[in-house]
Write a protein of this length. Structure first.
Ligand code: NAD
Ligand code: ZN
Length: 351
C-alpha cells in the first residue's frame, strides 16, 4: 500500500501550495464542499490551488447526511466532466465526514479513480473518517452500503477551522477520540482525563496531540488490517449499540459520536457483567464522556427494537454479533456468544 502524509497544524498554506506544485497532476481540479463550509473556507482553498497553478472549480453540496447519496454523486460527476477533469485531475474534499466520504467515492469511481486529497474540517473527520480509506454513499435502505476502499494522496488538517465548528460537533469528534484511548492506549486515556479543559477550549497543543494520536492509532489498526478481516473490528467498539440507537432515533436525535458514546457505556457495562472489567472502569468511561459533554443514555428508544437492530448491523455476520468488549482501559477483546439476557439487561440500563 502506498503511504501518504497527514499534515496537522495552523498556517498550512505554504505546505499545501508546495504539495500541489510537486505533484504531476493535470491543471483542472475539483473542490467538493458543503453549504456551511463553502462561505467560510472554499475561496481561500481555491486561492491556494490557483497559486499552485491549478484551475479549480468549487462544487457545493447541501450540508448534511442526506447528501451522501448516488443522486448527489451524479451531480458531482456532471460538474467534474463539465469542468474538464481528466484522469490526473485532483479531487479535494473540503469538509466533514459527509463531504469526505462522498468526495472520496467520486474520486474512487470517476474515470476509474483520480487523485484524492482530504482537507477534513470537522474533528470527527480529522480523527476518524479521513483516515483508513473507506469511502461511501448511502442507499435508501442503509448507510454506507455503496462504497470502496480508496486512499487519499495527502490529508491536510488546518486547526484554524476548528474555531467555527459548532461545540456539539466538537463533542461528537471527542466520542471517537475517547474510543481510541479505551480500545488501544491507556496513556492516551490518561492524557484525555488530565487535559479535558484544554481540549474543550481547543488549545492548539492539546488539539494537535489528540488529533495526531487518534490518527496514529487508527492508521496503526488499519494498516495491520486494511480490509477489515480482524483487528480493524476493534474500531467498532461502542458502534454495535450506537448504530442501533442512531437508527431507532431516525438519525435525528443523536449524531454519530453521541450515539457511539452511549454505545461505549453499554459495551462497558456488558464487559462488567461478563466479569471482564471492574465497575471502576465503567465509572471512568462514564465520567470522561460526561466531562466531554457526551450523553450516557438514549432517550425515546424501544429496548426490543434496539435488540433486533443489533442483528441487522452491517458488521453482524450470520446472525453472530461480534461484541467488542473491554478487558481493561486500553485493551479490548472480541466475543461472539454473549448471553441474550445480559445484552437485554444492558440495553435497559442505557435507555
Ligand atoms: P458532517 O460532515 O455532516 O459535518 C458536521 C456538521 O459540521 C455539518 O453541518 C458541516 O457542514 C459542519 N462543519 C464541518 N466542518 C465545519 C467547520 N470547520 N466549521 C463550521 N461548520 C463545519 O459530519 P461529520 O460528523 O464530520 O461526519 C459524519 C459522516 O462521516 C457520516 O456520514 C459518517 O458515516 C462518516 N464517517 C465515515 C468514516 C469512514 O471511515 N469513512 C468514519 C466515521 C464517520
Ligand atoms: Zn464511528
Amino acid at each position: 500500500e502506498k503511504s501518504y502524509n497527514i499534515y496537522i497544524g495552523h498556517n498550512l498554506e505554504t505546505t499545501i501550495i508546495d504539495f500541489f506544485k510537486a505533484q504531476k497532476y493535470s491543471q483542472k481540479a475539483l473542490i467538493i464542499t458543503d453549504t456551511n463550509i463553502a462561505p467560510l473556507y472554499a475561496d481561500s482553498v481555491k486561492d491556494l490551488l490557483t497559486k499552485a497553478g491549478f484551475n479549480a472549480k468549487i462544487a457545493i453540496i447541501p450540508a448534511g447526511e442526506q447528501s451522501k447519496s448516488l443522486s448527489v454523486a451524479e451531480t458531482l460527476y456532471t460538474q467534474a466532466i463539465e469542468h474538464g477533469l481528466d484522469r490526473k485531475s485532483p479531487i479535494i474534499a473540503l469538509g466533514g465526514g459527509v463531504v469526505g466520504d462522498l468526495a472520496g467515492f467520486i474520486a474512487a469511481t470517476f474515470m476509474r479513480g483520480v487523485p484524492f486529497i482530504q482537507m477534513p474540517t470537522s474533528l470527527l473527520a480529522q480523527v476518524d473518517s479521513s483516515v483508513g480509506g473507506k469511502v461511501a454513499v448511502n442507499h435508501a435502505l442503509g448507510k454506507n452500503l455503496i462504497g470502496a476502499f480508496y486512499q487519499p494522496q495527502a490529508v491536510f488538517m488546518d486547526l484554524e477551522m476548528m474555531k467555527t465548528l459548532p461545540t456539539r460537533e466538537i463533542s461528537t469528534g471527542l466520542g471517537e477520540v475517547i474510543k481510541y484511548g479505551f480500545i488501544y492506549d491507556h496513556n492516551f486515556y490518561t492524557y484525555l482525563t488530565e487535559h479535558q479543559q484544554e481540549i474543550l477550549q481547543l488549545k492548539p497543543e492539546a488539539l494537535i496531540h489528540i488529533i495526531a494520536r487518534s490518527c496514529e492509532i487508527k492508521a496503526d489498526v488499519v494498516s495491520k488490517d486494511e480490509c477489515e478481516a480482524g483487528l480493524r473490528a476493534i474500531l467498532n467498539f461502542g458502534h454495535t449499540l450506537g448504530h442501533a440507537i442512531e437508527k431507532e432515533t431516525n438519525y435525528a436525535v443523536y449524531n454519530h459520536g453521541e450515539a457511539v458514546a452511549i454505545g461505549m457505556v453499554g459495551a462497558s457495562k456488558l464487559s462488567f457483567k461478563l466479569g471482564l472489567i471492574s465497575q471502576d472502569v465503567v465509572d471512568k468511561m462514564c465520567q470522561l464522556l460526561a466531562n466531554m459533554n457526551l450523553p450516557l443514555k438514549a432517550k425515546n428508544c424501544n429496548a426490543q427494537k434496539i435488540y433486533q437492530d443489533i442483528f441487522h448491523d452491517k458488521k453482524t455476520v450470520n446472525g453472530k454479533v461480534n461484541w467488542v468488549l473491554l478487558e481493561d482501559i486500553g485493551k479490548v477483546c472480541i466475543k461472539k456468544d454473549v448471553p441474550e439476557k445480559l445484552v437485554k439487561e444492558t440495553i435497559l440500563e442505557i435507555l
